[in-house]
Design a protein around this ligand. Sequence first.
Ligand code: G1P
Length: 291
Amino acid sequence: MKIRKAVFPVAGLGTRFLPATKAMPKEMLTVVDRPLIQHVVDEALEAGIEHLVFVTGRNKGVIEDHFDRPYELEDTLEERAKMKELAILERDQPQPGTASFTRQQAPLGLGHAVWCARDIVGNEPFAVLLPDVLVKNKPSGLKQMIDAANAAGADKANIIAVEEVPMDQVHMYGVVGVGKSNGDLFELNGMVEKPKREVAPSNLTITGRYILQPEIFNILEKQERGTGGEIQLTDAMLALAKTQKFYGFKFKGKSYDCGSKSGFLAANIAYAMDREDLREGLREEMRKYVK
Ligand code: G1P
């Protein structure tokens, strides 16, 4: 399975993080010293993605700037011989022509956002990564999914990352029903977006990483509304599952739902504790709060 393009839906309003997200996109909130979106792009690049497709919206211009070359800053750093800082910028700089930006002009749902990328993606399988979710792992979450698909001979399939959550949280996520296993993958026999606990098919929720076949665009094209009056990716996947294979995959390692404040704070601690320059100081500081 060769996946060249990844779609990052970054048009969300970030209402759960107000007032932080009043003037700044939620995707630019930092986990340690990297914006959320940069962490998710890192994951995609590690999985061999060659082209980044951002579906942005109003007030999201700074995301585009983040992936552009900061000419004035580089010039000043060079003048001052700040080589370390220059190297930091250089390391994350996408090559010319490898990032595309398109706008979702109205907040009509995740399915609509993905559909906005149809022309840039074209007729090939692609990945979708939601920047709310950080998967802290080696190999990266998306790489694990591609490896598992290859090992199971599922290269023409659609793959969705899932994870277990307590039953009282299922109403906040897409939820899948579980069928037969195939290596590290398992067949899906149902998907439902934000179900009530009583009708949820399991406690396995969709975690914000998808590998999809391009036929999904024909279904999204119909623009049918689902849960919350939005065009749901989950509904389109359910329709596509009538004619194509869909598998679930559980990551090895830990994911952080940075769309919630507690998940975001937990991610900051976890990523900081991985850093030699921060670990000891942070541990000292946390001791003051933990008995
Ligand atoms: C979206 C998806 C949902 C998934 C969730 C993961 O929902 O629609 O299926 O479980 O992301 O974060 P949202 O959080 O955008 O409402």
